[in-house]
Design a protein around this ligand. Structure first.
Ligand code: LLP
Length: 463
């Protein structure tokens, strides 16, 4: 058993690995393909380009800060997941990582399904034309209003998270004259983060119904008795930013164990298993994520093996990757405002955004990298901390990074791997306006989520 860590990395600076970032990279101008979207490169002048457009033009046209999303990369990653799992399994993109109507349309076109976890995400999905039967509705406290909208719309599945919700959804479906397809989310006693997982007593959290003590079996028993529900399967999600497949192995073993108990007690084999999301991406060059086909192969083998051992037919598998699809496809483009060297310590580089557009560093001690994007430079590396413009000393975007020593106000810098959980967790702290999301593809750029304006802020403030 190993030490627990936050999904996004060590929570406190003092547990960062010793000597971390102690040496500058060999080439400050290099763009490691592990952390950058696929079409990112430097042009002959040293300017970073994406989808054939250079960042100086993007900054001029759309302003900074801005999330720049590589559409071809998004589509390629979505397709890679779809292809890896083939027709025998379903891929539900987890909209919480980043959702917009353009994204919904891309997913639809690439043959993926969608996991939503609020009325707002459901509304976005439906308004962009995602067929309701390809939507899964999640959440540990869906309101009756949200449930009713989901049932009326005809969502493909609602993932039930508590005993109360089993009754609530059954009642709402029945009163609408419908029978809702549902999965029951269970907690299997596995918590997995990054390179570690813990397989003991990790049911102490708000999601799902514990397998322990027969509670999950009791939930299935109750759900099977209710006319408003069609129980199609069991759901398990064990964590986020996971590289190690052993947590999934234990989870699959335990989920299949429950399917076997259900078969033995009720004489039915539930047809589906959802193993959730959580597959990790590279935030820095130190991370080594797995490819979708390796993950698909590993998960399919685990479930097939476990089902054979339990003499069960293999259920249809589904997965819910969010970060692994959108995370690497975007970077945040900032303009440097001030460069402040602190003698004997480091240089503080202030940008025109911060914790309002990327809360992950402050919240999870997440690690990011950064490059000078508007030009290349041969200057000596300097140890920097990239910070935002918020009134808070924890407003850090990149904790430790080397940037060229000639960095100056007006330079553009870019932070890769910000496609997941940055725009979707953005805030208006200090009444800072949330940046736009600009999609680039084939030499063209277009805003898919526009920049917030002061009018937007004032419209909500009714005085
Ligand atoms: N399915 C369920 C039921 C989930 O709860 C989640 C994420 C996913 C799928 C997608 O997980 P992914 O593949 O994106 O790791 N804000 C945190 C991550 C929270 C994840 C919550 N649930 C972060 O920035 O790291």
């Amino acid at each position: 058993m190993s030490r627990s860590a936050h999904p996004a990395g060590p929570r406190h600076a003092d547990v960062l690995p010793e000597g971390h970032y102690s040496a500058p990279p060999a080439d400050l101008n290099a763009l490691d393909p592990k952390v950058w979207a696929r079409t990112v490169a430097r042009d002959e002048h040293g300017v970073v380009t994406v989808g054939g457009i250079d960042v100086k033009r993007l900054a001029e046209e759309f302003g900074t800060p801005a999330y720049i999303l590589d559409e071809a990369d998004f589509r390629a990653r979505a397709r890679a997941w779809r292809t890896a799992f083939g027709s025998e399994a379903d891929v539900f993109y987890a909209g919480k990582a980043f959702l917009s109507r353009a994204v919904v349309r891309w997913l639809h076109e690439e043959g993926l399904n969608l996991d939503v976890c609020s009325g707002g995400e459901l509304a976005t999905a439906l308004s962009a034309g995602m067929p309701a039967d390809r939507i899964a509705f999640h959440g540990n406290n869906k309101s009756p209003g949200e449930i009713e909208r989901a049932v009326r719309a005809g969502v493909g599945r609602i993932v039930l998270d508590s005993f109360q919700e089993i009754v609530r959804v059954a009642h709402i479906a029945q009163s609408l004259g419908k029978r809702q397809r549902v999965q029951i989310r269970i907690t299997v006693g596995v918590e997995a983060h990054t390179h570690e997982f813990i397989a003991t007593a990790h049911e102490d959290q708000k999601f799902g119904i514990p397998l322990a003590g027969g509670q999950a079996a009791e939930a299935v028993r109750r759900a099977l008795q209710l006319d408003g529900l069609e129980v199609i399967g069991i759901h398990s999600h064990i964590g986020s930013q996971i590289f190690d497949m052993s947590g999934f192995e234990v989870a699959a073993h335990r989920v299949v164990g429950l399917l076997k108990d259900i078969r033995d007690e009720h004489g039915i084999e539930l047809p589906e298993i959802d193993l959730g999301g959580g597959l990790g991406i590279a935030y820095t060059s130190d991370d080594d994520p797995r490819e979708p086909y390796e993950i698909a192969k590993a998960l399919t083998e685990i479930v097939t093996r476990e089902c054979e051992a339990a003499r069960l037919g293999t259920p249809r598998i589904s997965v819910e990757p969010g970060r692994a699809i959108v995370g690497p496809t975007a970077f945040t483009l900032y303009e440097v405002g001030t460069v402040k060297p602190l003698e004997g310590l480091r240089t503080y580089v202030s940008v025109d955004g911060g914790m309002s557009d990327n809360i992950r560093t402050a919240l999870y001690d997440a690690e990011y990298s950064v490059v000078l994007a508007s030009r290349s430079s041969d200057a000596e590396p300097m140890l920097c901390r990239v910070v935002g413009k918020h009134c808070e000393s924890g407003d850090i975007v990149v904790r430790d990074a080397f940037l060229p020593g000639d960095l100056a106000p007006g330079d553009l810098i870019a932070v890769p791997a910000t496609g997941a959980y940055c725009r979707s967790m953005a805030s208006n702290y200090n009444h800072v306006l949330r940046p736009p999301v600009v999609a680039v593809d084939g030499g063209e750029a277009r805003v898919i989520v526009r920049r917030e304006t002061e009018e937007d802020l004032l419209r909500l403030d009714v005085g």
